[in-house]
Design a protein around this ligand. Structure first.
Ligand code: NAD
Ligand code: AHE
Ligand code: ZN
Length: 370
């Protein structure tokens, strides 16, 4: 057992508490990681709110981390002590039906136990005052030390700054990947991006990489437009400035609708708007945002009958162990400007401020330094 400073979500809807938890050694196929930095994603806030059907407490949240291998369990062959790693909430075993399909990044090797907040053997490595604390999304990066399955770690070069590339563990990769891998936006296409947080802004980078001709950035918080412009957005729409449904506004702006749209908020009404602003006959809309328990999407089936396509994307369709090093390389060459996302940095003791900043619309990403 080692001691680890961690931010624990003891109950839904309550601030995180910084305590010293006990971390058990990595078991067979597992790796102990010292977290150097972690971003705070809206999904952490979503789960803390109590809206996540898989939310389980007490738990150590956080899934956008960067760290260094501290110890390896029996049978671990692809990593050694000292390796730099990014934890993956979407594992890559390369052996399951999903990995072998060539059609998805959604490896299911550890997904069942991960969703229950435990390691593949059904138990937790974390405890506090002798009682178990649950893992979160298989990562729990709001802890100085965490344990993950070997297949849930992407090895990255040691010269990549962990306090920046941690953002590739979720938000930045998700937005870029949704555009390039899921929607496969092509050169000259028109794109609408709903929500300009870490995910939507990264989707703008993806659309810029794809050489989209027009990138329409949509947010009810106009303070997000400057960064969107810096990253390549060409048009800016605040739904609050319009009396009519936002899909009608976009359809009018684009002679019938966009080729591709992306919902990066987690609002089911906005998901409908994003679908319905896609062009008749071929427009495709990708849902990235995560909606709460019991929420459902709806539209007239006629929207799909007349050629629009509705899709979803998890972690941008990216296979983490294989493809994340490529994203790290692009961040090091400047093609993915991670600094633009990092509006705040702070120590673990201030982590609740990071959630406040997010809810107040004042941050893009806060990076917690350990
Ligand atoms: P964020 O809070 O940083 O950004 C959300 C943005 O949406 C904000 O700028 C906010 O002003 C804007 N917004 C809110 N309501 C709006 C509305 N009605 N119309 C237009 N804009 C609106 O969040 P984030 O970290 O960027 O995450 C966005 C969503 O993506 C969340 O639901 C998160 O859970 C989800 N997510 C999904 C994946 C995935 O793999 N599918 C990965 C990461 C995050
Ligand atoms: N647990 C929720 C769903 C949450 C969800 O959709 N998670 C996204 C990643 S969000 C990262 O910030 C995801 O990748 N989902 C695929 C998966 O396998 O979890 C619920 O509704 O139960
Ligand atoms: Zn996330």
């Amino acid at each position: 057992m080692i001691k680890s400073r961690a931010a624990v979500a003891f109950e839904a809807g309550k601030p995180l508490e910084i305590v010293e938890v006990d971390v058990a050694p990595p078991q067979k196929g597992e790796v102990l990681v010292r977290i150097v930095a972690s971003g705070v994603c809206h999904t952490d806030a979503f789960t803390l709110s109590g809206e996540d059907p898989e939310g389980i407490f007490p738990a150590i949240l956080g899934h956008e981390g960067g760290g260094i291998v501290e110890a390896i369990g029996e049978g671990v062959t692809s990593l050694e002590v000292g390796d730099h790693v990014i934890p993956l909430y979407t594992a890559e075993c390369r052996e399951c039906k999903f990995c072998k399909s060539g059609k998805t990044n959604l490896c299911q090797a550890v997904r069942g136990t991960q969703g229950k907040g435990v390691m593949p053997d059904g138990t937790s490595r974390f405890s506090y005052q002798g009682k178990p604390i649950y893992h979160y999304m298989g990562c729990s990066t709001f802890s100085e030390y965490t344990v993950l399955p070997e297949i849930s770690l992407a090895k990255i070069p040691k010269d990549a700054p962990l306090e920046k590339v941690c953002l590739l563990g979720c938000g930045v990769t998700t937005g870029i990947g949704a555009v390039l891998n899921t929607a496969k936006v092509e050169e000259g296409a028109t794109v609408a991006i709903f929500g300009l947080g870490g995910i939507g802004l990264a989707a703008i980078i993806g659309a810029t990489m794809a050489k989209a001709s027009r990138i329409i950035a949509i947010d009810i918080n106009p303070s997000k437009f400057d960064i969107a412009r810096e990253l390549g957005a060409t048009d800016f729409v605040n739904p609050k400035d319009h009396d009519k449904p936002i899909q009608e506004v976009i359809v009018e702006m684009t002679d019938g609708g966009v080729d591709y749209s992306f919902e990066c908020v987690g609002n089911v009404q906005l998901m409908r708007a994003a679908l319905e602003c896609a062009h008749k006959g071929w427009g495709e809309s990708t849902i990235i945002g995560v909606a709460g328990a019991g929420q459902e999407i709806s539209t007239r089936p006629f929207q799909l009958v007349t050629g629009r396509v509705w899709r979803g994307s998890a972690f941008g369709g990216v296979k983490g162990r294989t493809e994340l090093p490529g994203y790290v390389a692009k961040s090091q060459s400047g093609e993915i400007p991670l600094d633009t996302f990092i509006t705040h940095t702070m120590g673990l003791e201030d982590i609740n401020k990071a959630f406040d900043l997010m809810h107040e619309g004042k941050s893009i990403r806060t990076v917690i330094h350990f």
